[in-house]
Design a binder for this molecule. Sequence first.
Ligand code: UDP
Length: 454
Amino acid sequence: MGKPHVLLIPFPAQGHVIPLMELALNLAKHGFKVTFVNTEFIYEQVINALPGTENVQELIQMVSLPDGLESSDNRSEFGKLSESILDVMPGELNALIERINGSESEKISSLIADAAMGWALEVAEKMGIKKVAFWPAAAALLALLFKIPSLIDDGIIDSDGKPMKNQKIQLSPTMPVMKTMDLYWSCINDELTRKLFFKLLIKIVRPTKSADRLISNSSYWLESGTFASYPDILPIGPLLASNRLGKSTGYFWREDSGCLAWLDQQPPDSVIYVAFGSLTVFDNNQFQELALGLELTDRPFLWVVRQNITEDVDNAYPTDFEERVQHQGRMVSWAPQQKVLSHPSDACFISHCGWNSTIEGISNGIPFLCWPYFTDQIFNKGYICDYLKIGLELNKDDNGIIRCGEIKNKLERVLGDEGLKERVLDLQAKILSGVREGGSSYKNFNDFVAWIKD
Ligand code: UDP
């Protein structure tokens, strides 16, 4: 008998592709044949960013499908991209599975789809193969997704997801309190994008709920209250490259690994790591204020300045900034973040609080200085600062800007707060024990593997 064959499909965004590729590699290690489906656009990026030495493609079969847009189209227009995906990709995926099953001896028996690609679960359902929903954010937010219909019925939000009033809700007594203004679909400034995002969420409730298994990149140790109330959601995380003694993969941009050698030269527990994930775009004033704040700290810093991180790309830095900080800090366009966070020189993580960054920071015992932008980042910031108490938040002034003085002062507070450090180290020990033999995520993952193979 051949290997069991599983197909995985992420939403085409960096924070979705990385954890699903990690899952794919774990499944390959457990003896699965794995087909990993990216959109053509993302496929090109991922393949181009793989270092020459990477053997990922020996472990998983990387394939691509069209997303229905032209190569010149702007894929950061969320509504356009998700509508096009929905028009084109179900038929393409169906045909791909039929092609594989018609020509390969190892037929696809299970499909693992990012919940944001709920339509793929419907394809699996029609084709009679096992369907698994993967949730790449906090599990509490999956519970919230399931609650959307009753939030509408109870008049807490309208049918576009807009809160009827500012109030606090709690999905169960063991779960964190949420403010309706902070619900992840509410935290998008652009009204049209907010509506389209909510429309997508409504569409994925049913297929996600009716998946045969729900797995999440989280840990009992992070969200025990949620898992107690929603036992169908199985935490199998954190999915990290270090848990399988490998390098992280699935990057859209080539990493600047030179920054690791730079970190080697810094004293232990001294460096401020500054990164805002793959999507955040800065207003130029704010970007300059951050630059000045980092300079003012007088501490070594490693700052990820992604291509196009500012609105005005040509005049990003304050005058002479790069010259002044050349012995203090280092700017890179993309860092091997998981490696950076595990480096002994790191002292603090200035983060936008994307879920992957959140669990990566915790897994490495690094306290946070939080600078969330939108969607689930606001909720994650609440987790970090109020619920887990492992970080502090940066505050804006009356003009909506986080000033350089605020950055310096809060940073000093984070670094001087032994309690934050103790709690994050304690949490690190717990969540890492969860993925080791006998741990809760380890056990869930192994039970899951046994179920797919069955
Ligand atoms: N990341 C990275 N290098 C960078 C910046 C980010 O490897 O320079 C990775 C990071 O480790 C995480 C992902 O990109 O796995 C970003 O996901 P997250 O959920 O934190 O944020 P998003 O990009 O979805 O906003």
